[in-house]
Ligand binder design. Structure first.
Ligand SMILES: O=P(O)(O)OC[C@H]1O[C@H](OP(=O)(O)OP(=O)(O)O)[C@H](O)[C@@H]1O
Ligand SMILES: Nc1ncnc2[nH]cnc12
Length: 172
């Protein structure tokens, strides 16, 4: 199906704070063809890579990563904001476009034999994805790819990540 996915992403000025141009992906999620196309494109390059688990970033990342895990016949690992996971965790502090936060994973979420695909909706400054990559590395698992729905290029988030691992569907 040939769909212009950009049509389904809205620019909202000054949200959540003054000066930020927010990319609203809810119209894309709202449209069954756009949603399905986005997931299919995000996983396309990773279908034959032996992905054992998909890691999704809290919270918009969950919406894309859970169906991706299902489609890849892989397990799912939530990379959560601090204080949401009930057992022993690894934790990373980070700053991003309009806030700072901590991300956590359960220490037993991955084994060294795992091949991980990390998924999030937006790559902006890259602070969030960089923290998630550090957590995956702490677990000893192999990160084989990072897939984003969209990238806000002028914020240069890609400079914080391994370019060889990254796949992005839509660029601004
Ligand atoms: O590249 P960065 O500058 O790090 O920004 C990208 C992150 O910002 C957004 O998450 P947000 O914390 O707003 O949370 P949400 O997914 O719960 O809306 C987005 O979903 C990414 O995870
Ligand atoms: N400009 C933006 N729009 C939507 N999500 C974001 N996450 C970080 N920056 C963002």
């Amino acid at each position: 199906m040939n769909i212009d996915l950009k049509k389904y992403i809205l620019d909202v000025p000054n949200f959540p704070i003054h000066g930020i141009g927010f990319k609203d992906i809810t119209p894309l999620l709202n449209n069954k063809d756009a949603f399905k196309t986005a997931i299919n494109l995000m996983i396309k390059d990773f279908k034959d890579k032996g992905v054992t688990k998909v890691a999704g970033i809290d919270s918009r990342g969950f919406i894309l990563s859970a169906p991706a895990a299902y489609a890849l016949n892989a397990g799912f690992v939530p990379v959560r904001k601090k204080g949401k996971l009930p057992r022993s965790t690894y934790c990373e502090k980070f700053a991003y476009e309009y806030d700072e936060a901590h991300l956590e994973i359960h220490t037993d979420a991955f084994s060294p034999a795992d091949k991980i695909l990390l998924i999030d909706d937006v790559l902006a400054t890259g602070g969030t994805a960089e923290a998630a990559v550090k957590l995956i590395k702490k677990s000893g698992a192999e990160l084989i790819g990072i897939s984003f729905l969209l990238e806000i290029s002028f914020l240069k988030g890609i400079d914080k990540l391994d370019k060889n691992l990254i796949k992005t569907i839509i660029r601004y």
